[in-house]
Design a protein. Structure first.
Length: 202
């Protein structure tokens, strides 16, 4: 799918549930996906299970496609937050790159995700970052994480999901800097091997 080189904005959920969509071509003119102006977030390509590639025009200064992730540079989350690198849309099998600071609403949305690794550097998950992931089994959350809102994993936390983290148990539980700590506490593994197998199963 491609867009004319005059488009500057794609609305949130514009291509929700496009099950046959595989590749999206981003023109040089595109500046916003989801919101724009005051709040700039909201994935336009949620629940597109075959989507595997974004081709970015070389003259586009706003977006990049890295390690299976569509990134937005200098994204404005609110009037009070600094501009940040935001993961807008994740394809199946992606690894969240270290330059990502915040993960957008519905960036991960649909049945195509099984294992998700968020690299060190990411600090914030917006509401519904991981929405309705029916097949998710493992999510790695780095100790750099500062804010996870209570509905970040809406409909995605079940007895089959395991969270792995290099943060200490004290940081997650006592400091409670993850807003959803109470919901996922029984699913967190703090000690594990290189294959993400628990050494001590909490």
């Amino acid at each position: 799918m491609s867009f004319p080189n005059t488009i500057t904005h794609i609305d949130q959920n514009a291509f929700l549930n496009c099950h046959s969509l595989e590749t999206v071509y981003i023109p040089s003119s595109l500046q916003y996906i989801g919101g724009y102006g005051h709040d700039e977030y909201g994935n336009a390509f949620g629940c597109c299970p075959k989507l595997s590639n974004f081709v970015i025009d070389e003259d586009n200064q706003y977006f990049d496609f890295v390690d299976g992730c569509l990134l937005k540079y200098n994204a404005k989350i609110s009037d009070y937050a600094p501009l940040q690198t935001m993961l807008v849309c994740a394809t199946a099998g992606c690894t969240v790159p270290s330059q990502v600071q915040v993960i957008d609403s519905y960036a991960f949305y649909g049945p195509q995700y099984v294992d998700v690794v968020i690299n060190y550097g990411c600090k914030e998950l917006l509401p519904y970052s991981f929405g309705d992931l029916k097949n998710i089994s493992r999510i790695f959350i780095p100790s750099s994480m500062v804010s996870i809102v209570s509905n970040a994993f809406i409909y995605s936390v079940s007895k089959n999901v395991r969270f792995f983290t290099d943060a200490t148990e004290a940081a997650v539980v006592s400091k409670n800097y993850w807003g959803c700590a109470d919901k996922i506490r029984d699913h967190i593994t703090f000690e594990y091997n290189e294959n993400f197998e628990p050494i001590i199963n909490k």
